[in-house]
Design a protein around this ligand. Structure first.
Ligand SMILES: Nc1ncnc2c1ncn2[C@@H]1O[C@H](COP(=O)(O)OP(=O)(O)OP(=O)(O)O)[C@@H](O)[C@H]1O
Ligand SMILES: [Mg+2]
Length: 246
């Protein structure tokens, strides 16, 4: 369990305020909220990247190890190639070379980046880079993963692969928080956490999202399906003027 109390982070035009909040272990949690509401700030705080803050963060789990995937994967690149980047996540763990190779092969196959192993990170497409950085993040063997908009450039298939992987590790007891702009990812996550203006305004079982859509809509969040339905149902204005009358 992660327990937050009396958290305050002040920036020039922004304040993050969390009075009391707990996140249970062994869940996948979708973090939604409009641009600038504080998602990245919260994930960085949880992974120990924020130096100046007031309040307490307490991980109840004894052997806590956190791993974050940054919103811009370019900021996270350390080595030149896909293979070296994946290896980098494992080198400090004193694992035999054979096991390292097997782990890299397994995860690269899972995320469909096996053909990219020898490629230069700087030559990858943005979506490919996100997949590589996800694989590298998961190789760290943390028990808390904080993923900052990992699906922003992923196609539908890769998004599903990611959430399948998350489901597997959550079943092993890991906790994963995924910031996203895609409301519909609640379909794949256990819980949904909603932020607005630097505050946590809702935290509910994802299965309850549908019955609470009106309330959630007040924060400007909406399913892309709702939007499609709205567009399809909107009346097309009839053309006025000199047309051929039927
Ligand atoms: N170093 C900084 N100095 C001043 N303001 C900052 C700094 N870093 C972030 N902010 C501000 O803090 C607020 C929250 O930023 P944050 O990156 O957490 O939002 P976000 O919810 O992740 O947004 P997005 O969806 O666009 O990624 C923003 O208004 C941002 O401008
Ligand atoms: Mg962000």
């Amino acid at each position: 369990m992660i327990k937050l109390s009396n958290i305050k982070i002040s920036k020039k035009n922004f304040e993050l305020n969390i009075e009391k909040f707990s996140i249970e272990d062994g869940k996948s949690i979708l973090l939604l909220g409009n641009s600038g509401c504080g998602k990245t700030t919260l994930l960085k705080l949880l992974s120990g990247f924020v130096e100046k803050y007031e309040g307490d963060i307490h991980f109840e789990n004894q052997d806590t190890m956190t791993s974050i995937m940054l919103q811009n994967p370019i900021d996270q690149m350390i080595t030149p190639t896909v293979e070296t980047e994946l290896k980098f996540s494992l080198v400090n763990r004193k694992i035999d070379d054979e096991i390292i190779e097997k782990k890299i092969e397994d995860i690269a196959t899972y995320f469909d980046i096996i053909n990219l192993l020898k490629n230069n990170l700087r030559e990858l497409s943005f979506g490919e880079l996100q997949k590589v950085m996800l694989a590298a993040t998961f190789l760290t063997n943390a028990n808390y993963y904080f993923l900052d908009e990992p699906t922003s450039h992923l196609d539908h298939k890769s998004t599903k692969i990611l959430y399948n992987y998350i489901k597997e590790i959550v079943n092993e007891g890991k906790t994963v928080i995924i910031a996203s702009q895609n409301f519909d990812e609640y379909l794949y996550s256990d819980k949904t956490l909603i932020m607005n203006n630097g505050k946590i305004v809702d935290y509910l079982d994802s299965s309850k999202i549908n019955e609470n859509k009106d309330r959630i809509g007040e924060y400007g969040l909406r399913s892309s399906n709702d939007e499609i339905v709205r567009i399809l149902h909107a009346k097309t204005p009839r053309r006025q003027g000199k047309g051929i009358r039927k």
